[in-house]
Design a protein around this ligand. Structure first.
Ligand code: 13P
Length: 251
């Protein structure tokens, strides 16, 4: 198995205002004060505060990302934000195809793929999310659903540098429920296999994050699962101390 440096990413969702920069400052202090964790650290706040948090993260190892982008560079798309705009605001990454966007905005695999392509065009790393619903899981369709989402959502030519996969079972998001480490291992192994089949050596190196109710209390166990190369964290990324508790899995 290739050695893949982990990424611990926080998805703040629709939370955070300018004053939230204090959490970034507190996290930066934690990172500076201890032995460097063996992982990269990313926070994806609402687009309104990407540049504020980028400033707050200055001099630290914390990268800042967006949560979504439009497929086009600019134009008549009221309310939308392009990958180029996120880049300009200081982002290095952007989440695309989060299940909340797939559900709330009807984003299809094709739409997600176009957004990932936009991220690449702008020089951003795309964090492409996949995950089954509870009904799909109960029907035994988890791997079929994940393979289909990967096939449809990932652009050709994706590399380990430009693309990260996040496996987030929809039923585990914000519920406090998580799959067993064995279940996570099975899905991540299937994702790895699909990535290697399509992208060859790059697929071996691509990060596959686990997301869904990752907390300080379960991070170590989940991050130790084979082919889990980090976490995408929602609720527990909002407070520096909680997020640090998860990053600490890599100390
Ligand atoms: P929670 O960590 O709050 O379950 O959210 C996970 C998630 O959706 C991250 O993108």
């Amino acid at each position: 198995m290739a050695r893949v440096k982990a990424l611990v990413a926080g998805n703040w969702k629709m939370n955070g205002v300018k004053a939230s920069k204090k959490e970034v400052a507190a996290l930066a202090k934690r990172l500076a004060g201890t032995q460097k964790p063996d992982c990269d650290v990313l926070i994806c706040p609402p687009a309104t505060i990407v540049s504020t948090l980028k400033d707050a993260a200055k001099g630290s190892k914390i990268a800042i990302g967006g949560q979504d982008c439009h497929a086009k560079e600019s134009g008549a798309h009221t309310g939308d934000i392009s990958a180029e705009m996120l880049k300009d605001a200081g982002a290095s990454h952007v989440i695309v195809g989060h299940s909340e966007r797939r559900a709330d905005h009807g984003e299809t695999d094709a739409a997600v793929r176009a957004k990932a392509e936009a991220a690449h065009r702008a020089g951003l790393t795309a964090i492409v999310c996949v995950g089954e619903t509870e009904a799909e899981r109960d029907a035994g369709a988890t791997l079929k659903v994940i393979r289909g989402q990967l096939k449809g959502s990932l652009p050709d030519g994706a590399t380990a540098k430009t693309t990260v996969i996040a496996y987030e079972p929809v039923w585990a998001i914000g519920t406090g429920r998580t799959p067993t480490p064995d279940d996570v291992a099975k899905v991540h192994a299937a994702i790895r296999k699909a990535l290697e089949a399509r992208f060859g050596a790059e697929g071996t190196k691509m990060r596959i994050l686990y997301g869904g109710s990752v907390k300080p209390a379960n991070a170590k166990e989940l991050m130790a699962v084979p082919n889990v190369n980090g976490a995408l964290v929602g609720g527990a990324s909002l407070k520096a101390e909680d997020f640090w508790g998860i990053i600490s899995a890599y100390l």
